[in-house]
Write a protein that binds this ligand. Sequence first.
Ligand code: HEM
Length: 397
Amino acid sequence: MPFIQGLSGTDSKSQVHGVGSSKGSVWVEQRKLAHIGLNKVGMGKTDAMEEMIGEEAQTLCDRFAEKAKFGPVQIKGKLPVAINNVIWRMITGRTTKQDDPFMNEMTERMDSHFKFMSPSSIVSTLMQYFHRITKVAVKFGFVRGYQDFIVLLNNVRNEVKDFRAVQDGNFVERYRDEIAKASPESSFYGKDGENHLVGQAMDFFIAGTETTTTFLEWTLKYLINYPEIQEKLAKEIETVFGSRPSNIGQKDQLHYTQAFILESYRHNPMGILSIPRMTMNDVTLNGTFIPKHTQIFPYFKSMNRDPKAFEDPDQFRPERFLDKNGNFVTNDRVILFGKGRRKCVGEVLAKAEIFLFLTYFIHSFKIAPVAGEDYSDASNPGLVFTSSPFKVELIPR
Ligand code: HEM
């Protein structure tokens, strides 16, 4: 599908590579490897993943604490580099600093590319129907978001080519093992395999950064808009962790925090739409006929705010996920990472990042509003619905 082909693993000739854009048997092979590879380099080992995320979360808190000495802190733009560093490390084995100019440039270009790929972007919409004209516009550099994508792709290609083996292994290394033993009919074979490797790395960076960052930004807005909820969270985190940094192993003891996170998945304005997909055959769904090759946008908001599933669905109320004894009760009706065989392959990583970054923040700071800043839920449409930039006051706890 042209729209989604442009999202990540697609090269300048619109050939699809990676997992997010593939289909059929190629997708099956690439998805399996994405899963195994990510598990091997961290997602399947809680301690290793926790260490990587914890280091970034602590560094970010230290940087925020420094900035907070001079007044309100701008949140926008600080989180993505920290989040990107985690994925970068899992893929290439390299550790980058949060002020690293290369990673900052990569992050800005990703942001620009994500905006370009939004269903509300006129160019990406036109690309679906007028391929030739838009390709000329792209070729002559009129479409910045696409140019950014090409630069990103080349940078990732160079990094992947130039990778180093590290003690704990990395995704590139794991993938190269698969290329080495591939037979000619496999999508891992030869140049195709190399292209899919770059496509997967692009998938992870692009699918994993904007989503997690945007989610955390909206979550900070909830903390500001509901100070009493923030205080309950701070109390629970302090009771369970004391002076130690938070850890995933004790997550089950944090009933209110888990309820808050699930309510943020359900309520937040970011996850309105999922990635578009296409019907492979004619189908009839609940009496509605959908012809073959129709582009489908799953509308998460209609499920997450369904009054039949959630009482007062527009209200933000973490308590809806607590039983009468205050214990967390999960609810499968909340959807943020998709459902079925194509559901998000980075879900475990994303959930760990959300839990750790959030608990590190709340443990470190009281997050307070700054007069004149916008903390409303007005969102900018896109593949994920982002919030506008906002400053906060960070008071060390
Ligand atoms: C809060 C963070 C995240 C959210 C809300 C999110 C959400 C989603 C959604 C809704 C889908 C589409 C599912 C479908 O089509 O049914 C998806 C797919 C995907 N996500 Fe995530 N994601 C997040 C983080 C991540 C991270 C950290 C990674 C990478 C490590 C990642 C990698 C991917 C990939 C590769 C796909 C395509 C899977 C496929 O086509 O088989 N995502 N994600």
